[in-house]
Design a protein around this ligand. Structure first.
Ligand code: FEO
Length: 172
C-alpha cells in the first residue's frame, strides 16, 4: 500500500528532526572537545551518528513505501553552552520533543490504518524511552557532580567507553 500524502509529509518532517538532532549533538561534541572533555565529546559524536541512522531508517522506509523524500532545512545548531549540565539538559528536552513528534506520527499512522508505518514507529518509540532515560541519568549525575572537577573527569572517562553507533541503540 503506497504511503499517503499526510504520512509522507510527516515522515519528511521527522527525517529533518533526526538530522537536526545529529547536527546539534555534533555541535555539542565540538563544545566538549573545546573543554578537553574527550569522553563527552566522543559520546556526543556517537550520538550524532545514531541520529543519522535514525534519519536514514525513515528515509529508507519512506522510499520503500513509494514515497518521495524531500529534505528539509537543518539550521545552525547552538554552539555554546554554559556548562556540561546545560548541554545535557538540552539533550533531555530535545529528546522529549522528538518523542512527542514520534507519538504524533504514530497517532497519524493509526488514523490512516498504516500498519507498516506503525511497525517502524513502534521501534522509534521504544528507542526514545532509552534515549530519554540515558539523557536524564546523565543530567542527574552532572547535578550531583556540580563543580567537582575530579568527578567530572572520572565521568568523562566512563563516557569514552561508549560503543559505536548502530548496536543496541548505543545510548549508554
Ligand atoms: Fe533519533 Fe534521539 O532521536
Amino acid at each position: 500500500m503506497p504511503i499517503s500524502d499526510a504520512m509522507q509529509k510527516a515522515f519528511n518532517e521527522q527525517i529533518q528532526k533526526e538530522f537536526a538532532s545529529a547536527y546539534l549533538y555534533l555541535a555539542m561534541s565540538a563544545y566538549f572537545e573545546s573543554l578537553s572533555l574527550e569522553g563527552f565529546a566522543q559520546w556526543m559524536k556517537i550520538q550524532a551518528q545514531e541520529e543519522v541512522l535514525h534519519g536514514m531508517k525513515l528515509f529508507d522506509h519512506l522510499q520503500e513505501r513509494g514515497g518521495r523524500v524531500v529534505l528539509g532545512e537543518v539550521g545552525q545548531p547552538q554552539a555554546e553552552f554554559d556548562s556540561p549540565l546545560e548541554a545535557f539538559e538540552l539533550v533531555g528536552s530535545h529528546e522529549a520533543m522528538v518523542t512527542k513528534s514520534i507519538h504524533q506520527l504514530f497517532t497519524l499512522a493509526e488514523g490512516e490504518r498504516d500498519y507498516a508505518s506503525q511497525g517502524i514507529l513502534q521501534w522509534f518509540s521504544t528507542e526514545q524511552v532509552e534515549e530519554e532515560d540515558t539523557a536524564n541519568r546523565i543530567v542527574e549525575r552532572l547535578r550531583m557532580i556540580e563543580d567537582n572537577k575530579a568527578a567530572l573527569f572520572m565521568m568523562d572517562n566512563e563516557l569514552s567507553a561508549r560503543a559505536t553507533a548502530g548496536g543496541d541503540g548505543g545510548a549508554e
